[in-house]
Design a binder for this molecule. Structure first.
Ligand code: C2E
Ligand code: MG
Ligand code: MG
Ligand code: MG
Length: 290
């Protein structure tokens, strides 16, 4: 009875909860057919090496355009896909599609977002291997981005899964570092090749009220990362002030609307062709292996 009263109270004071659930159910229902109806596509956001402003990576980002719902953000439908199990076929499609697309950009690393649900599945390793073998992409040119969540960190299988992937030769980055469950110790214990600083940190760097802490955090992360042979990407670079701040703090890589928006594959190919030819002796810090 207490539970029932609680539920009724919830309903009275938070009617938007029902709408949320309804929307999730609608999305879950529609997402099932989205792959077959070819409503999912990938866009690619360039990642720049800040030392010479060259594109060294591209992050594959999923887009869903539904015939009546229009564009649905991955921030909204990825959690739905994770809960419904659809993340498995969708994630496999993303991996295959991203590896295939990357063949057009021989100098780039392709970064693919992977959810903790996928990583902890028994068959994930063979899914990654199949995407590499099927496309012929060298493993070192694939980077898996993992958003740190409690689920990821608290599961004992995580370290093992990551070590197996590293042994295959793929790169592994922690995404959105500084946004939630950040744990500097994990950088030492997990086989990480990169850290992506959450865009809230980049924003804080130019906010007088928050800059001091954000600078200290960024310095700690870049210091530890350098020590481990991992690279640091600043996310969410929107303004010249952001760019200057993350450069001064020795982040090697940068990504954000101020550098380049996510774009289709053909647009990225054009963008790369506009870059001046690369001097042969330029080092490739985007490919650090440790
Ligand atoms: P993420 O992996 O951290 O990707 C970066 C997100 O920030 C992208 O949003 C990108 O468009 C956006 N972004 C880039 N630069 C800027 C900037 O300067 N300012 C701001 N405000 N935003 C910027 P998007 O594409 O909406 O993706 C949101 C999240 O959805 C991703 O965050 C990632 O966690 C997830 N996601 C996207 N594609 C996939 C996928 O294929 N698989 C999985 N599991 N998750 C995905
Ligand atoms: Mg990412
Ligand atoms: Mg993320
Ligand atoms: Mg991120």
């Amino acid at each position: 009875a207490v539970k029932r009263a609680g539920r009724r109270r919830l309903r009275r004071y938070h009617p938007e909860q029902d709408a949320l659930t309804e929307r999730s159910q609608l999305l879950a229902g529609e997402l099932g057919g989205a792959l077959h109806r070819q409503e999912l596509t990938l866009v690619f956001q360039p990642v720049y090496r800040l030392a010479d402003h060259r594109i060294v990576k591209a992050e594959a980002l999923l887009r869903w355009t539904h015939p009546t719902l229009g564009r649905v953000s991955p921030a909204e439908f990825i959690p739905v896909a994770e809960r419904s199990g659809l993340i498995t076929p969708i994630g496999t499609w993303v991996l295959n599609e991203a590896c295939r697309a990357a063949l057009a950009w021989p100098d780039l690393t392709i970064s693919v977002n992977v959810s903790a649900v996928q990583l902890l599945q028994f068959e994930f390793r063979s899914t990654v291997q199949a995407a590499l073998t099927g496309s012929g992409l060298p493993p070192a040119r694939l980077e898996l981005e993992l958003t740190e969540t409690a689920a990821l960190y608290e599961d004992a299988r995580t370290a093992r899964a990551l070590h197996e992937l590293r042994e295959m030769g793929v790169q592994i980055s922690i995404d959105d570092f500084g946004s939630g469950y950040s744990n500097l110790m994990r950088l030492r214990t997990l086989p990480i090749t990169g850290v992506k600083l959450d865009r809230s940190i980049t924003a804080d760097l130019t906010d007088p009220a928050a800059a001091q802490f954000a600078q200290a955090l960024t310095q700690a992360v870049t210091g530890i990362a350098r020590n481990l042979g991992a690279n640091v990407t600043a996310e969410g670079i929107e303004t010249p002030a952001h760019l200057n701040a993350v450069r001064a703090l020795r982040c090697q890589l940068g990504q954000g609307y101020g550098l380049a928006l996510p774009m289709g594959a053909a647009a990225l190919t054009d963008r790369l062709q506009q870059q001046p030819a690369q001097p042969a002796e330029t080092p490739q810090p985007g490919r650090l292996i440790h």
